[in-house]
Design a binder for this molecule. Structure first.
Ligand SMILES: *Cc1c(COP(=O)(O)O)cnc(C)c1O
Length: 422
């Protein structure tokens, strides 16, 4: 995002022009910024560990146009469900370019996962015997919960440690790989996902050490090699103004050093190093463009926009902070204001007290920053307020990559029994 005077520009296009052309609310992604984020991160890690690969966790922003950008940059896909595997396949990713990291899989998930031929990354030892009933994959990976997790987004997004629902307990990891080896599985990987939006660079080598101590012992004990070790995602971005960014170089250097040391310590044949970040690639490359429709002066002054919690649910769901800009008014005097969406829920009053331009008025265009990750993908239909459009901008050009939903979408797949229609 840049300013042309007081005008907000996204990827070379005025936010007001996007609002005019596509309506509001609209998610806007800056292609060049996604590519730059990817390259910066890839170079940082590959410099210290050349046998390195990123998988993009598709759930973060699942528009196929976005997944294609990351595929073109060299990323595989990390998928949380069979439908995400189908999405990855639809953009040309298959086989070992796709990892299936779902949890609490159903039999149908397992069967379809096997048929799809992607890498299974099992979230628990209990899934393995169920999987073996349907077939024996050539390769298996397990998601390890090393007993420690961290999140800048809040407790709800801490996805490892004793309180998390994810991953295998360290005591079961050896048993899991032994069961896989005894079943005739020949190729192995290992995985963890212990952090969300981490901006502390030293966390990454620390957690790598924890995983490698568990995996190293398994490798030694069972005499197996690991083809890859996947350290998960979690590369963080700053959301609040003035918040420090992740020192990527420090994270990469420390992680690679720890990884190599532990491989040597346990005599592991050096595996490929994988990571599967998502927020880092698309978070700050996405914006949500909305409009002020009405202003109320009641107990306090409330600015009513079309950016409800159904459009961007992170603030209402996790108490997340998103910075907000007002087109043409950023340099105007400020005052504490409230800002909300149009839903019949008070959690939709998601900005309670924020310094915003005091003269905000009807028709103003607002731009929510860092909306690319877990924005559209977590949006939903409620109150007949439907999902937003998605637009990709690239060096001053824009293209619609998802239609705004309509009434037909709202009632699609519903059925009214004949007797009720009388
Ligand atoms: C969500 C998720 C990621 C991506 O996490 P970020 O914090 O966005 O980098 C990676 N791996 C798995 C298994 C996930 O569930």
């Amino acid at each position: 995002m840049q300013f042309d005077g007081e005008k907000i520009m996204i990827g070379g296009i005025a936010a007001a022009e996007i609002a005019e052309r596509y309506g509001t609310p609209t998610y806007v992604y800056d292609e060049q910024k996604i590519r730059a984020n990817y390259r910066r991160a890839y170079q940082a890690f590959a410099k210290h560990y050349p046998d390195f690969q990123f998988f993009y966790a598709v759930k973060c922003c699942n528009n196929p146009a976005i997944v294609n950008i990351l595929r073109q940059e060299g990323a595989g896909a990390d998928c949380a469900s069979v439908n995400e595997i189908l999405l990855a396949k639809s953009v040309g990713l298959s086989g070992e370019q796709v990892m299936f990291s779902g949890n609490f899989l159903s039999d149908a998930d397992i069967q379809q996962g096997l048929e799809s031929g992607v890498i299974f990354n099992l979230d628990d030892i209990s899934i393995l015997p169920r999987l073996l009933k349907f077939g024996t994959p050539e390769m298996i990976s397990f998601r390890v919960n090393p007993g420690y997790g961290k999140s800048n987004v809040g407790e709800y997004v801490t996805n490892a440690g004793p309180g998390a629902k994810f991953g295998i307990h360290p005591d079961d990891v050896l048993k899991a790989y032994k069961m896989a080896k005894d079943a005739g599985i020949k190729r192995f990987g290992a995985h963890m996902m212990t952090g969300s939006c981490i901006t502390d660079a030293d966390y990454f080598p620390f957690i790598t050490g924890l995983l490698m101590d568990i995996i190293g012992k398994v490798g030694r004990e069972l005499q197996i090699d690991f083809e890859f070790i996947d350290l998960g995602g979690g590369l963080g971005i700053p959301y609040k103004p003035g918040e420090e960014a992740l020192d990527l170089e420090r994270a990469a250097e420390g992680t690679a050093k720890m990884f190599k040391e532990k491989c040597a310590e346990y005599g592991l044949k050096p595996p490929q190093l994988k990571m599967e970040p998502a927020r880092y690639f698309v978070g700050n490359a996405g914006y949500l463009v909305g409009k002020v429709h009405a202003i109320k002066e009641s107990y306090k002054k409330i600015i009513g926009t079309d950016i409800g919690m159904n459009v961007l649910c992170r603030p209402a769901m996790y108490g997340s902070y998103h910075h907000i800009y007002v087109d043409g008014k950023e340099n105007h005097p400020r005052t504490a204001l409230g800002l909300c969406g149009q839903l019949c829920e008070n959690t939709d009053f998601w900005v309670k007290d924020r310094e915003l331009p005091a003269d905000m008025g009807e028709g103003d265009i607002v731009v929510v920053e860092n909306a690319g990750a877990y924005g559209f993908g977590m949006s939903y239909q409620y109150n007949g307020r439907l999902r937003a459009a998605e637009v990709l901008v690239n060096n001053g050009e824009s293209v619609l990559i998802r239609d705004r939903e309509t009434f037909e979408d709202m009632v699609r797949h519903t059925h009214v029994p004949e007797y009720l229609a009388k």
